[in-house]
Every structure is written in C-alpha cells, then in structure tokens.
Design a protein around this ligand. Sequence first.
Ligand code: NDP
Length: 336
Amino acid sequence: NRRFLLVRRPNGTPVPADFSLVTEPVPAPPPGGVVIRNHYASLDPAQRGWMDDAESYMPPIPLGDAVRASTLGVVHASDNPRLAVGQWVIGLGGLEDYSVIGPEGFAAPVDISAVASPSNYLSVLGSVGMTAYFGLIAVAKPEAGETLLVSGAAGAVGSAVGQIGKLLGCRVIGIAGGPLKCRRLIEDYGFDAAIDYKGKDHESLVSEITAAAPDGVNIVFENVGGPVMEAEVFTLAHNARIVLCGLISEYNSPEKVGLRNLWQILARRATIHGFLVTDYASQFGEGRAQMAQWLGQGKLRVEEDVQEGLENAYDAFMRLFSGANTGKLILKIDGS
Ligand code: NDP
C-alpha cells in the first residue's frame, strides 16, 4: 500500500520535503469498516488548509498520516454489511492505494454505469459540482437578469458556477489568470465577459470589472480573495451578495491579511455569506440529479485535469497554486 504522507507542516508554499511516499502492508478493515482500493483521488485547494495546525471546520491532517482526500474506488475488503466487496464508492480517504474507512467515516456507493467516466463523481457530480450548485442556488439565490461575477472562473468550481449562472439567466463575468483561460471562459463556457487579473493593479481591475458590469455586480462568487476581491468590492451594486466559497490566494501565506476594503461592504449594504458545501450533504441527491440532467442535455461542459500516479502527487497538487490545472484536478491512482 503506497501512501503519500504529510511528514511536516508546510511553512507557506508546500515543498517536497513536507511529504514522503512510503509502502506499507495492505490493512484489514476495522470492525464495521471497509478498505477501499482507490482508483482516483481528488486534489483540492482545501487540502492545503488541512495541512496547517489551524482552527478550521475539520481537524488538521495528523503528521505521519496520508494526505486526506476524497477518493473514488472499489471496496477491497468489508466488515460493513452496506458495502460489498467490488462495489464502487466515493469516500473520504487519503492519497494512498488503499484507504481504511471506519464505521464513523464517509463512504457511499456510486453507480459508475450512469456516467461517462467514474471520475465524474469527483468533479461535476462530486463535491466541486455540489459546491457550485448549492453555493449559487441555495446561498446566492440568483434571479434572471442579475449580474454574477465569478473569481477563479476557469477552475473546477468557477467554471461550473458560471455555466449554472447562464442557465439561470444571469449575465456572467469571470476573472481568471491569463489570456488563454479568459478566451476559454467565453468560447467554451459561455461567459459574457472575462477579465485577466494577472499583472493588473487595483485601479485597472476595478475599471475592467466596472466596464463589464456598468450597473454594478449583484452577486460575487468568491474563490480567490486577496487583491482580486479587494477590487471586486468597489464594483458592487447596492444589496449585493458575496458567496465566500474560497480564498485560494491566501492558502500559502503564513499571514492571512484579510479583506482591506470592508468599508465598501457597509456603504453598498452588501452581505458576505460564508459557505461550506458539506452543510448541504443531505441534499446532494437533488444537486447530483440536476447536474446530471444538464450534463446529459449538453448544457454543462465539464473539464477534468487527470494527472497520473501517486509518485507525482506533489507536482500534481501544486498545479492548483500555479494555475496549471485546467478544470477539476484529479490524481489517478492505479491501486496495484
Ligand atoms: P480550481 O480548479 O479553481 O483551481 C485553483 C485555481 O485557483 C487555479 O487554477 C488558479 O487559477 C487559481 N489561483 C491559484 N492561486 C491564485 C491566486 N494567488 N490568485 C488568484 N487565483 C489563484 O480549484 P477548485 O475549483 O477546486 O476550488 C476553487 C475554490 O473553491 C478554492 O478557493 C477552494 O478552496 C474553494 N472550495 C470551497 C468549498 C466550500 O465548501 N466552501 C468546496 C470546494 C472548493 P488562475 O489560473 O485563474 O489563477
């Protein structure tokens, strides 16, 4: 069982020495639990937060343990009557060939015959798709004709948010890094406007967003934070809603600076709504069904950036922070 362990808490940007790839015997299931042979693992910005010894919505990854990850695989051994050997499941396991999931852990069966690729359960039908769906629909509650601004727009969550926004009749503006991603926002994902944040100062960002949203932004779906968000707040319409989904620009900064232009929130009577997708877990069935329907109707474009091999886990993970990933970043684990 090859396992990609966290052996040291990163100080800022993770370096290879923070991790170690080891081989251990394949474990047996604990009472009431299962052992999953992982085929795919989700690589998520949230994993960077779990590596810190900081207060959050989940405990830190213990040092010496495999990096926690959502995984998709097949039940290898089971002491759980609900999960039979051979059954495909999604679970909260780790970056490792085999994950042990105890009776209190998360492992749920999935029907891979219903999807184009099993990995869809880690992208559009997984937590990323549910984040876009519930963050936009349940939290922001968009109305047709409203202007929606999405940061991190070419990423897994952002590209889904923008497409759902269009399906609901919003005018959608995306912010992403580089001309290629911006072109894709418009040509592939149907955004109305795209803004490249790279190399732009505060004034340029504010004026480009204002030009794209002359009547002001009604909804911000925030994935990034930092200077991008500090510009966005100057473009808000009165009573705007900000769905605070992620702050990836801060994840590798030991000092979290926070939002500097809070006064704009007050002056524009805006609301910032912190959002965690796990709060909607009981409604994932509904969210998955709607996303699957849009997929089947060709109304939703899904991109997956599948990197191969546990031995490449570090390089693959770092794609999230360089922006090299195109769509949902997934690690393929061969499980042998
Ligand atoms: P993405 O596929 O969007 O990948 C991350 C992207 O972030 C990169 O491609 C890069 O795009 C961008 N990025 C990286 N560093 C910076 C920076 N310093 N400034 C601006 N942009 C940067 O990842 P996900 O879709 O998985 O996640 C997007 C966000 O959603 C994250 O903040 C994540 O934490 C959050 N999230 C929150 C959840 C919740 O329940 N609240 C659940 C799931 C995700 P570019 O090339 O454009 O810079």
